[in-house]
Ligand binder design. Sequence first.
Ligand SMILES: *Cc1c(COP(=O)(O)O)cnc(C)c1O
Length: 358
Amino acid sequence: MNNVRPSCERIAPLVPYDPKYLPAEAYLSANENPQDVPEEVRREINRRLKAMSFNRYPDPLANGLRDRIAEANGLERECVLLGNGGDELLFNIALAWGGPGRTFLNLPPTFSVYEQNARLTGTEIVNIPRRDDHSIDEEAVLARVAEGGIDYLIVASPNNPTGKLASEEFLLALLDATDALVMVDEAYFEFSRMTMRPYLARHKNLVILRTFSKAFSLAGVRLGYILGDPAIVTEFIKVRQPYSVDAVSQIIAETVYENRASFERGIVSIIEERARLIEQLRKLPEVKAYPSDANYILFRAEGAGEVWRALYDRGILVRDFSAAEHLTDCLRVTVGSPEENERFLTALKEVLIERRKA
Ligand SMILES: *Cc1c(COP(=O)(O)O)cnc(C)c1O
């Protein structure tokens, strides 16, 4: 036979995730840390990798890493689970709390992976769009969960790509109002410095997602983790692939986590650069820059698709959301090194001046 029957019905209409990562001189599209892992930490990683047995399976649950993360957060090992990037854990929540006959509450515009995973698992999606300023329609969300039937929801805080934290009062009201599993995605926690962790003990339905990809410069290594009640962690363990976190990644992340203080200066610099970038963007009459608690800034400019192209022609890659629902004419720029940010600002000003003439 030279023919194949179609894939599962709900997979057929899906579009593969495309990070739109094109070759550029300044990579400001993926919210990565502009600095790589510090040299002395890399040396220690290399030393430990030399002693590693490549022929042996890794510890399936990465208990060494689990213990370090648990201790730093004042939790037991059973409250922590590692994943192959935060993305794996976002898939696992859909596998464990979603599925046919189950419902996910989504707050668009937000991280598109949430919706993709719900579709992939045949989960029904209820959308409650954000307001025009991208704040959560809190009354509508609380009213909807009060109706019942929501199995899980995910609140990115800060939200990607819009940038702002959810309010703590709202998240607490939400946790009180529903028995749905509420994941607070804190992928950018190190830049917002706000966490729901203190409320884990009081709210069994709270699970927090974090990642090594942003503040800790390990986007290439693929490690994320959740913090939650041991009973929730057990359900995630049931659906995960046993060896998704490989031995090399475990060694790298353990070393980075032990040395996480050495990332602090870089994080402070990104927070300072974020303020400077917003201030500069707000001086441009064509641009509306939204506030941010993360390491990126969403901004709106008329003809954003063309602005994206003109920036790219100048070697600068930002993320184009101009055609995305609820994000008309929006681009997202990652806060890079001071040099990259300057380059971005200079290029953007040039592009806007050219457009004024046209
Ligand atoms: C980057 C990101 C993640 C996790 O990314 P990984 O690289 O898979 O760890 C999760 N949520 C949001 C909102 C993100 O932006």
